[in-house]
Design a binder for this molecule. Structure first.
Ligand SMILES: Cc1cc2nc3c(=O)[nH]c(=O)nc-3n(C[C@H](O)[C@H](O)[C@H](O)COP(=O)(O)OP(=O)(O)OC[C@H]3O[C@@H](n4cnc5c(N)ncnc54)[C@H](O)[C@@H]3O)c2cc1C
Length: 423
């Protein structure tokens, strides 16, 4: 163990009082974990450090940021290999030098957890999820044994272990390195604007019939801000995308712009959410099909929920999937392949105020209950083994695949060193 403090992006994690921090995966680490009487409870892994489970009070932390920074590019195959401390922004900048790109998410700050938990990008409708790009995966199972798995060529050749690692790896082991497919770097068209609820409803309606090269994301709190992102494959494409974007309604601040890469895009955030370190938060990601004729009903529910949010930093936002994310050439643990929207609920409260924390968590549950009819799935981009809804989030994320995942965990992580797959 080398230190007992760390500086993390997530405010809950950053403010936590940890037992100690490791920075290397080695036998000393596994011996210590083995000798621990409390099994999984005291140990957490952090790559990008952007979630509330990057660190927690009285936990041992494995912080991969410093010693897992390698990144290399195969000029022939156009594959990139990254270690677990590389952020998605760094990956994107590195690939730009080779005129290549990777479907990173809405923020360059996220780390390996983005890839391991599925990875929904604004480009996913045409590129697929981040897990769909994995060619090789290396690491240590929870039992301490090292592994190196290669992408199977066909569904028939695929193994349960591969399926489990693509989307549920964080429950099974410590991932140190992945090799990924990359794609050509292409210009992006970005449309941003502030909307009213009825304009948001109309935008969602239009976005549900867009081509795969265009996606829509929005955030709704004290204001509604939306961001459409399109990938320009050729000159003809650009005018088609701009035509579609010009049909979108907006109330103010509409900007249509062209960017070279994902790192240059504006953030999907509300003005009041920037640099807020006096608040803690939890995030719950949902998944569901197109809203279609339920659109106005969902918007009404959303408006009611936003109006009763207990803290001004609480919000609901969403990303769009579809296109090739609905295909599944190899089985993965991201089972909600029919999903078109990923709304996520952000519950915030003043740091260390337990009463307000409870109220915000209640509000999150109310949002979940009210939206579940249209978003029955869960995207475990953030896990909550410390909250009472963990069992429900697991079963909504993995459905019929959960029993088999538990069997795999019993083999490869029998002492529950990694986060639990039950309550
Ligand atoms: C600003 C912002 C924007 C986002 N945008 C998107 C988006 O567009 N699309 C999307 O899909 N998600 C998005 N997310 C969610 C984000 O990708 C997930 O929360 C992801 O898990 C974060 O990974 P991390 O490495 O940054 O965080 P961490 O907190 O370090 O890790 C997250 C979880 O993964 C586990 N973990 C991390 N690294 C490893 C490892 N090497 N081995 C084993 N377990 C590990 C940790 O135990 C932890 O539970 C966003 C999050 C933020 C904060």
């Amino acid at each position: 163990m080398i230190k007992n403090s760390l500086s993390l992006i997530n405010q809950n994690s950053n403010d936590s009082d940890v037992l100690g921090v490791f920075e290397t995966v080695n036998t000393e680490l596994f011996q210590l974990l083995k000798s621990s009487q409390q099994t999984y409870k005291p140990f957490l892994v952090s790559s990008g450090g952007t979630t509330s489970r990057a660190a927690a009070d009285k936990h041992l932390i494995l912080d991969l940021r410093k010693n897992y920074q390698n990144i290399s590019f195969d000029l022939d195959k156009k594959h990139v290999e990254i270690e677990a401390g590389v952020t998605m922004g760094e990956l994107s900048s590195f690939l730009k030098k080779h005129q290549r790109s990777f479907p990173i998410g809405l923020s360059g700050k996220t780390g390996m957890g983005y890839i391991l938990t599925g990875g929904i990008s604004p480009l996913s409708k045409s590129r697929g999820l981040a897990i769909d790009q994995i060619i090789e995966i290396k690491g240590f199972w929870g039992n301490g044994k090292e592994f190196h798995l290669l992408r199977p060529n066909t569904k028939e050749e695929s193994t349960s272990e591969w399926k489990a690692l693509c989307g549920a790896a964080i429950f099974l082991g410590i991932i140190t390195k992945v090799k990924l497919k990359t794609q050509p770097l292409r210009p992006l068209i970005s449309w941003t604007a502030n909307l009213t609820f009825s304009q948001l409803s109309e935008c969602i309606n239009q976005a549900e019939s867009w081509p795969n090269s265009l996606s829509f994301q929005w955030i709704c709190g004290e204001d509604i801000f939306a961001h459409a992102i399109g990938e320009v494959k050729d000159t003809g494409d650009e005018s088609i995308l701009i035509n579609l974007l010009e049909r979108l309604p907006f109330s103010r601040n509409r900007i249509i712009n062209k960017f070279n890469d994902m790192n240059s895009l504006p953030n999907l955030s509300l003005g009041n959410n920037k640099n807020n370190n006096s608040h803690h938060s939890e995030v719950l990601g949902l998944l569901g099909p197109a809203w279609q004729e339920s659109n106005s009903q969902v918007l009404k529910i959303l408006k009611d929920l936003i109006n009763k949010r207990p803290n001004k930093y609480c919000y609901v936002a969403s990303q769009q999937l579809g296109g090739v994310t609905n295909l599944n050439d190899l089985d993965t643990s991201f089972i909600h392949r029919d999903a078109i929207w990923k709304p996520w609920i952000n519950g915030a409260w003043e740091a260390n105020d337990q009463t307000k924390r409870k109220r915000s968590l209640e509000w999150m549950k109310e949002c979940w209950n009210n939206l579940e009819f249209i978003c029955p799935g869960v995207h475990l981009a953030q896990i909550h083994p410390h909250l009472e809804w963990h069992e429900k989030e697991l079963s909504s994320a993995f459905k019929n695949w959960l029993p088999k995942l538990r069997e795999i965990k019993a083999i490869y992580d029998p002492s529950n060193v990694m986060p639990p797959l039950n309550n």
